[in-house]
Design a protein around this ligand. Structure first.
Ligand SMILES: [Zn+2]
Length: 108
């Protein structure tokens, strides 16, 4: 199995904008293999295993679909179904409880 490499960016401007849009204090948002954080430190994020599994699943989804196809589908489905029912979000929520989700994952 190939390694899934992820990176973390703290104090991210895009995450700050997303937090404001979502009306949320702390947020993680993934672009490609980079997990952007706002309002939460790297340490606190990594201590929350369910949250890490969720965001890592998004990195996998990007890798499977390709960067632009993922974003296009995500935005299309947000409009169609609403945020909570976006298939990529449903899949990521299921990943939160998967103990094997982080196997072969490297987070820098
Ligand atoms: Zn998500």
């Amino acid at each position: 199995m190939s390694t899934l490499k992820c990176r973390i960016r703290e104090g991210s401007m895009v995450a700050r904008i997303a937090a404001w849009k979502m009306g949320s204090g702390n947020i993680a948002i993934v672009f490609g293999n980079v997990i952007h954080l706002h309002g939460v430190s790297r340490e606190r994020f990594l201590a929350n295993t369910a949250w890490v599994r969720h965001e890592v699943r998004h990195v996998r989804q990007y890798r499977e679909a390709g960067f632009w196809r993922f974003l296009w589908r995500y935005v299309r489905d947000w409009r169609r179904y609403g945020y909570y029912n976006i298939p990529y979000e449903r899949d990521a929520r299921l990943a939160e409880a998967n103990p094997r989700e982080l196997e072969g994952v490297e987070i820098r």
